[in-house]
Write a protein that binds this ligand. Sequence first.
Ligand code: ZN
Length: 443
Amino acid sequence: MSYCGARRFAYNWVLATVKTNLETRRAEREAGVPEDELTPAVSWKAKRLSTLWNSVKDEVAPWWREVSMHAFRSGIVDAAQALENWSKSRSGERTGRRVGFPRFKKRDKSVPSVSFVEINHQLSWLHENRHAIRLMLPQSTPDPDVKRRRAELAWLHTTTSMRRLYRLVEQGRATIQKVTIAKRGGRWQASVLVRYQLDAQPAVKPRKRHGGTIGVDGGVKHLATLSRPVPGLTDEHGHVANPKVLHGQLHRLRRLDRAIARCEKGSKNRRKLLDRRARLHGRITKTRALRLHHLTNTLAGGFAIVAIEDLNLAGMSNRKRRLGRALADASLRELRRQLDYKTTDHGTTLVVADRFYPSSKTCSACGLVKAKLALWERTYVCDDSRCGLVLDRDVNAARNIAREATRLLEHQESVAGLRPETRNAEPRPHKTMPAPAGMAAVA
Ligand SMILES: [Zn+2]
């Protein structure tokens, strides 16, 4: 979509402009130019950058009339935010991992997306038929085809109904703040950021109370394993089964992977297969996320303390990992995200065990730590002959996670919400709820 290209163009233009400016000033300083005679610094504020963009757009992007100015605005705002994160990270104002100079967005490496942030007439963004969302069109366009089909092009059809959102906006109970259109999981998706007042605390469906602490271990073979069996949720060992459809989907995914490997690089066929793979992958993630909701509802509502293991997010992204592991990591992340807000809603506690804690190598009965436990060993056998524990590997790990949580709580460390990687994110305000997102099928 040309809008996403325009956003990417503006984003990269900001980075290039700022980078050149920084380099010029540095070179001038090194050449001994006095401070007040340096080339003036380019402001990093989105507003100033927009003004600058308007003054140069005829020159750098003579085609700017073809897309809405909102598309460029979206790129400029995001680039300004990225620059701010970078400078705050450098000055130590931002906690967590250091952020480098923002990277240029490449066509095939970045998620194509575009956001509209200047929402003036609220209801005009939603179609009366509740099944479409507005696409901002350029105000004046040289393209006669666009001119003729204006009314038709201005709407993106959504596959899910926007009725609930429409009603809230109509009654003035919700305000649309941002509309984003992005291609994720092989499909175009529209998401709407909304702010609205809640009448009271969110209604939480009462769950069967089990009480106590429960440990959760994410897995490949099973969706998760709990430290003790829960009737109706797990089998007699404590395993939560993967959804049944997943097996077939994984089989298809492997077959697609092999077909892609056989394809010639850069060929049309390969691109088609890659697109299909992305769609299938999106479906798999969704299948698991749906099942995870059932799991997290029971956990967050039924137990006073829910313990999970932290994920090594930084070390994961680059290494090539097996398909199953990648999916398990994705599930664990989703599990954590869901538990995070659901425990808050239920007034229960989520504890995240340190990722260096050897949950699978420790004996859950006597505490002995094995030097090595190969991945293929599905059963934990304790090395201490006096203990002699023989237990399913995942159940052993889940029990250890539960025990570690109890220990951590006694020391009052590591309670969710204080974790370093979430410190920079905005806290979840109680008055704001995620909006129902519609999926836009765009031709
Ligand atoms: Zn033991």
